[in-house]
Design a protein around this ligand. Structure first.
Ligand code: F6R
Length: 365
């Protein structure tokens, strides 16, 4: 069933445009407005929602981090993101007006399921973003948004991340409209941009060979850093997880502005730094952080909207993504990073579909 691909992971990376279409299109009506009627979620569910808590594990948690950054910036609603295995043993600071969004590809992750059960003692505004139909989390939550990504077989999650992130964007448009935090026109423009993402990912995938070539350099490195600010920092978290879980390289995501508070001491000759600089309002800040790492010998791979970088003091390799609003760059940046993870794993002779010590679904504590 790998359909000619050597691994499920690369097949699933390539399935992302279609998976996104399946998640997005049924939730946008002919007037280009968000529509969850087929999911059976009434608009009233989104009224009086004062705050949001996202609870998840691993990649689903990082999708929530991206969702938090976007929702807070677009709607101004407070969003917290909780690790399910922490949330379930702490005192939840939520009430009946809090929305709790549990996010899980499998719908069976035990910590996320237990966190949902706890949350339901406080609020009936629980919503599950789930891929697997009829799974425990889907059955037990008040509302479900299925991501329709199709089966994800590879242990390292790829398409599930993209569709989870897209689900947060659909929810943001709905909450924004219902609560009067977005005008109709704004919601339409927002969703029109979301609809462009599958096509933009296709373009990223057409540059796969260049990304593959660059990973030759990673085969023997023990450490790597992903840096960025704002949404880029959240993408960096998922990017670092992708590299470490399948290539066994220790990878850290760092908020670029935090480097000088400690981590920069780890930057030495040849240490790979993958720098994401897609956020316009902090672009110059990130570039100066990158220069600091370059000055200490880092091998810098820059992902940005610049058409070309001619100054060799900024980076060693540059990936350009087409211009897009700050909050939408996540969809393209993460695909570049998934490919970096995948090809690094393959170069090292590891089977990316079955990394050591990991299971696809974590149903035991
Ligand atoms: C990483 C990965 C895991 C899962 C995590 C949660 O690539 O796949 O971190 O994201 O175990 O799994 P679900 O989403 O099934 O709850």
């Amino acid at each position: 069933q790998k359909e000619g691909y050597p691994h499920y992971m690369i097949k699933e990376i390539h399935e992302q445009p279609q998976a996104l279409v399946r998640t997005i299109e049924p939730r946008i009506n002919p007037d280009n407005l968000p529509d969850f009627s087929a999911d059976g979620i009434p608009d009233s569910f989104f009224e009086n929602c004062s705050d949001i808590t996202v609870v998840a594990c691993g990649t689903a948690l990082y999708a929530g981090m991206a969702g938090k950054n976007m929702i807070q910036n677009v709607l101004g609603i407070p969003v917290s993101v909780a690790i399910a295995s922490e949330f379930r043993y702490e005192r939840p600071v939520i009430n009946e007006n809090s929305m709790v969004i549990v996010t899980s590809q499998s719908g069976e992750t035990i910590d996320t399921l237990e966190a949902l059960r706890l949350a339901r003692q406080y609020t009936h505004k629980t919503l599950a973003i789930v891929n697997v139909k009829g799974s425990s989390i889907a059955r037990e939550s008040d509302q479900v948004l299925y991501t329709h990504a199709g089966p994800e077989i590879a242990v390292a999650s790829t398409k599930a991340y993209s569709v989870q992130v897209a689900s947060f964007y659909l929810l943001a448009a709905k909450i924004g409209l219902v609560q009067g935090k977005m005008t109709k026109k704004e919601a339409q423009n927002f969703l029109a941009t979301l609809k462009e993402m599958p096509g933009r990912i296709e373009t990223v995938l057409s540059h796969e060979k260049r990304i593959q070539d660059l990973t030759d350099r990673f085969t023997n490195v023990p450490n790597a850093f992903y840096i960025g600010r704002g949404l880029d920092y959240r993408v960096a978290m998922e990017a670092a997880l992708k590299l470490k879980e399948i290539s066994y390289i220790h990878a850290e995501a760092y908020a670029a502005g935090e480097l000088k508070h400690g981590t920069i001491s780890l930057i030495d000759d040849g240490v790979p730094v993958i720098a994401l600089a897609t956020q316009h309002k902090v672009y110059s800040k990130v570039i100066s952080n990158i220069r600091e790492t370059k000055a200490r010998g880092a091998y810098v791979i820059l992902i940005s909207e610049d058409k070309k970088i001619t100054d060799p003091t900024i980076c060693d390799v540059h990936f350009s993504i087409p211009k897009v609003d700050d909050i939408f760059s996540v969809f393209e940046s993460i695909v570049i990073c998934q490919l970096i993870g995948y090809y690094t794993s393959v170069n090292k002779g590891i089977n990316p579909d079955q990394p050591r010590n990991l299971a696809k679904s974590v149903t035991v504590e």
